[in-house]
Design a protein around this ligand. Sequence first.
Ligand code: OVV
Length: 394
Amino acid sequence: MAIPESDIDPYSDEVLENPHPAHAVLRDLGPVVRLSRYGVHAVARYAEVRAVLEDWQAFSSARGVGIEDFARTKPWRLPSVVLETDPPLHDRTRGVQSRVLSPLALSALKEPFAAAAEELVERLVGVGEFDAVPELAEAYPLTVFPDAMGMPRENRRFLLPYGNMVFNSFGPRNANFEAAVQDAAPVIAWVQAQSLRENLAPQGFGAEIHAAADRGEITAEEAPQVVRSVLTAGVDTTVSAIGAMLHCLARFPGQYERVRAEPRLIRNAFEEAVRHESPVQTFFRTTTRPVEIGGETIGEGEKVLMFLGSANRDPRRWDRPDDYDVTRRTAGHVGFGAGIHACVGMALARMEGEAVLSALVRRVARIEIAGEVRRRRNNTLRGFASLPLRLVPA
Ligand code: OVV
């Protein structure tokens, strides 16, 4: 048997606009395929995506989790000391984030997060029709997240172009990437400055990460890098996830009714949106040795693209994978990854999603699409450029 080849370009405009047909083709070709355009291997089925995610020894993150191999090409930015590392360094840096962002640590934020969502949704119900990308999916995380970090009010919106740059940079140097890094310098400098101890409030995730350096858990040089990691991964992703949830609830009105009738489904409604949309569509690993995937052996030093979004809609794993079903058993989805690099901020993301949907079900009878929905083009993140919605008051 040989590894099948495909000339599908996952970074083409067409596939980024609607990746599902390409994912189905790639899944059906075999457990592992070779993408001839980029000279990388790829896994698109659930079983193999999961297997790669869970084997950090054979599938390293330290040579970058984008298409570029740090062993061959100079990284575009200083590599993340969390995302783009393996144990033991990874475990030390992640350990700090993990404690700061644990469900227990976040419990104090439940009330302010709920209050911010209530206030925003109440105002939007008054407006009636609006673009839910800037007005809700971006507005909400851009308030609660920088507050929780302990950031000043100025220039918080810079978190969006920064995330856009970094998530584009995991893909090839195409037009999406080039557009995102135009005029990047001030945004990069701003994020760097925001990661420093003196620019973070004495209470917040930022200060708590720096305090871990005082205790010797990470070094003083690592602390701003661990903060930067949270700043990078913490906003764009939740913007996309909240947008996905709103889109799902508008497209599947029966599911929204179900959640309204049974608010205990709120948490799963958000989780199912993360499965259905997979805001983070792809990440790479690099093989550390010859390794078998689905009965095929690939060599050492090979890039392996994991199609998380495809795994989350693999009919080999999910019944009616394209349906948004708020009662689905979502456990096992890989929208937050899996294994040692699984999303460290997922409790925070869930709290945001839950706060927004809780506020909606109390005040809104129906969520309707009110205009042309436009997808945003990013090499890694799946989301919307525009999502016109109408909120019908309860
Ligand atoms: C998960 C993620 C995405 C983007 C950046 C980072 C992490 C980081 O650690 O910098």
